[in-house]
Design a protein around this ligand. Structure first.
Ligand code: HEC
Length: 136
């Protein structure tokens, strides 16, 4: 009886592992960061706390830290990295800023629509992009 229970638990664990592997990397990441919109991430300078509570538009930096950093911080799946000109310039040259915004809103390959920030306005997405290309 005990052995059976153990086997059952092991089988369940295996199913969970197989299922996780079936999900694409992007799906897995999107799934993992879904509730992140309501999560307060410790900011380096404390500005985010002030920016997130008021109900007005969030700053590009806040949106980025809440929704985009998971992929664009480290360049997951070749996401263009924060303020790295070599990653962004070819995209800007090829498509122009308006198209980048459209792709960010509608999704583009492994880039999920609105970067999973479902309650972000178009302006907030644009602000997050502006923040990511700042200085480029
Ligand atoms: C799940 C990972 C993920 C998240 C979260 C994410 N991105 Fe992306 N993003 C990508 C990937 C991957 C690409 C590159 C897609 C390609 O070129 O094939 C990309 C590309 C982009 C591009 C360039 C599109 C183009 O036309 O070249 C913009 C702009 C962008 N993301 C904005 C954002 C913004 C703004 C957020 C947060 C609100 C965000 N992304 C969140 C993965 C992500």
């Amino acid at each position: 009886m005990r052995v059976k229970t153990c086997l059952g638990v092991a089988a369940l664990a295996l199913v969970a592992v197989v299922h996780a592997q079936e999900m694409s990397e992007a799906e897995a990441i999107a799934e993992r960061i879904k509730p992140v919109g309501s999560l307060h991430m410790a900011g380096e300078d404390g500005q985010q706390a002030a920016a997130s509570g008021g109900g007005g538009a969030r700053s590009g930096e806040t949106v980025y830290n809440n929704a985009c950093v998971a992929c664009h911080g480290a360049g997951v799946l070749n996401a263009p990295k924060l303020q790295v000109a070599a990653d962004w310039q070819p995209r800007i040259d090829e498509r122009g800023m308006d198209m980048l915004l459209q792709n960010a809103i509608n999704g583009y390959n492994a880039m999920p629509p609105k970067g999973t920030c479902g309650d972000c306005s178009d302006d907030e997405i644009q602000a997050a992009i502006d923040y990511m290309v700042k200085g480029i």
